[in-house]
Write a protein of this length. Structure first.
Length: 307
């Protein structure tokens, strides 16, 4: 089991049938695990007040997470240029040794199933294609944004937040074609959505003592809503594509765009997948048992990708 990822715990025999709100609460509790102390209501008020302040000052919120590596925007621009060759991209990728390793590892993954091991950057780029490279670059860029945290609670939850971000991004990209949305934009929106969540845990670190986290269902709902707003504000501050920030803002709403609908369903499937794999859900609960055929295929694909 990867370091920092919490061990599964058994599903209680008498667990109630969860609905959408219950899934959100279960996910919020699962992120940090059950061993943390509760805090007084005054601390909850302080946390929500600080999150509201950061919503109004997105630059300050963005300062709480690492910046995206400088080489990533350059590469994304090159990927939009149809005249850029694999050799041109390879020279840019070669500037970052971490990126070199990620590109070659991705090309040799079961998802692409190369007939022979890929050992060169040029060969890997040819195999991944433009969209594959874009998604890979986005994932490489966002991993330290979410994973490289200094506060104790933020460090504790970061592995699970990153697992959700990756899984949500993949799910949204798989669902996007079903609603005529762009898979890459859906992938970017899935990664962006959890930036505000890790910022929220940084704030909790600042307000609460070690091993403490508000436990109420009301607080969890408020926290998740505030985290979504922060993601939108930070995305705009970073000059992220407006389609992606808008999808994060509109996901789950009645006026959701097709991209936002793909994101909302991808987010739900990702949470269900992670909770099921962690032993927090049974396979016959209504949110899983009632998935339509397209959602079920996506849900099973998430299991394969994580295997």
């Amino acid at each position: 089991m990867p370091e920092g990822v919490l061990a599964p715990s058994p599903v209680p025999a008498s667990a109630p049938m969860p609905g959408t709100d219950d899934i959100e609460y279960m996910f919020c509790r699962w992120l940090a695990g059950p061993a943390l102390q509760d805090v007084p209501p005054a601390a909850e008020t302080l946390i929500m007040g600080e999150l509201a302040r950061l919503e109004a000052t997105p630059g300050a919120a963005a300062d709480l997470v690492p910046r995206v590596p400088a080489v990533i925007p350059q590469l994304l621009r090159s990927l939009r240029d149809d005249s850029a060759s694999a050799a041109d991209l390879a020279r840019q990728v070669a500037q970052d040794v971490v990126l070199v390793a990620e590109v070659i590892r991705e090309a040799n993954s079961p998802y692409y199933r190369p007939t022979a091991p890929v050992r060169t950057i040029e060969g890997a780029i040819m195999l991944l294609g433009q969209n594959g490279m874009r998604m890979l670059l986005a994932r490489v860029a966002f991993r330290p944004v979410i994973s490289a945290q200094s506060g104790r609670l933020a460090r504790l939850v970061a592995p699970n937040v990153w697992r959700h971000a990756e899984t949500c991004a993949l799910a949204a990209s798989l669902l996007a074609p079903q609603v005529n949305a762009d898979p890459l934009e859906a992938y970017l929106a899935g990664l962006l959505q959890d930036v505000g969540l890790i910022v929220a845990f940084r704030v909790i670190d600042q307000v609460c003592q070690a091993d403490a986290l508000p436990q109420s269902e009301t607080f969890c709902a408020q926290l998740m809503a505030a985290a979504r707003v922060l993601s939108v504000r930070i995305g705009a501050h970073w000059e992220f594509p407006a389609t992606a920030t808008s999808a994060v803002a509109l996901a789950g709403r009645g006026d959701a765009t097709p991209l936002a609908r793909a994101l909302a369903q991808g987010d739900q499937l990702a949470k269900l997948r992670l909770l099921l794999d962690a032993g927090q859900l049974a396979e016959d609960v209504p949110p899983l048992a009632t998935l339509d055929a397209g959602a079920r295929r996506c849900f099973e694909k998430l299991r394969v990708e994580q295997a």
